[in-house]
Design a protein around this ligand. Structure first.
Ligand SMILES: C[S@@+](CC[C@H](N)C(=O)[O-])C[C@H]1O[C@@H](n2cnc3c(N)ncnc32)[C@H](O)[C@@H]1O
Length: 226
């Protein structure tokens, strides 16, 4: 499904969000700031927008690694990093079986990808395994607004307008954008997500609602005992 939408993925993102997804990633980079030295891993990186935002902000002593199991998405990321002259290491990998040793990264991130991993707990366990003790986790994910009036209007757009618009612009046959609203509505958010993050070995979980809660940034620290 992601291979099919890869060529138009960025354009569809910009159109459906009105460009606000760029700001959400900017907030992520500023709230979960890059370390001054060490390494960052962005999993389910897709076309690499979050990894590239980190590469633009991080200093020369920081290694930025971006992984995804969908090669056509990664290929777009490679093109963008070349065009912008931003050093990112692109790795084809399954988020449930990451090819990195334990405790490799100072910061592990995922944007709009955790929801797509077939087994969320396994994805989080891998993020915890490759994160250094005391290192940080940042998860940017869609959520639903808590204000009932905003929530109702948003759900209407999300269920009725977004799937049709997304599928038409992405020109895909797999109904990728019908799946989007369904997966967001079913995915754990708020306290349920905090519990999953904690169970994986992270603590000090902070949740930052963005744009009335249409997206939420969760930041946590890996416990030193894990
Ligand atoms: C909605 S896209 C998000 C892309 C990007 N992070 C962004 O912010 O636009 C989800 C990505 O997760 C990837 N993905 C889903 N399950 C995965 C898995 N088990 N291992 C690696 N990548 C996965 C897909 O290939 C896709 O590129």
């Amino acid at each position: 499904m992601f291979a099919e939408i890869a060529p138009r993925y960025d354009a569809v993102n910009r159109m459906l969000s009105g460009g606000i997804d760029i700001w959400w990633r900017r907030v992520t980079v500023s709230r979960a700031a890059p370390p001054t030295t060490g390494a960052i891993l962005d999993i389910c990186t897709g076309t690499g927008d979050l990894a590239l935002a980190y590469a633009a902000k991080a200093g020369p002593r920081v290694r930025v690694v971006a992984s995804d199991f969908c090669l056509p998405m990664l290929d777009r990321g490679v093109e963008k990093s070349r065009a912008r002259g931003l050093p990112v290491e692109w790795v084809e990998a399954d988020a449930m079986d990451l090819p990195f040793p334990d405790a490799t990264f100072d910061l592990v991130t995922v944007a709009f990808g955790l929801r797509n991993i077939a087994e969320t707990e396994r994805g989080l366990a891998e993020m915890a395994r490759v994160c250094k003790p005391g290192g940080r986790l940042a998860i940017l994910e869609f959520s639903l607004p808590s204000n009932p009036i905003i929530r109702r209007s948003y759900l209407w757009y999300f269920r009725n307008v977004l799937p049709r618009l997304g599928n038409a612009v992405a020109r895909n046959h797999a109904d990728a954008y019908s799946y989007l609203n369904q997966s967001v509505e079913e995915f754990p958010s708020g306290q349920a997500l905090v519990e999953l993050i904690t169970a994986a070995g992270f603590d000090r979980v902070e949740q930052i609602p963005l744009s009335f809660g249409i997206a939420t940034l969760s930041i946590a620290t890996k416990g030193t005992a894990t």
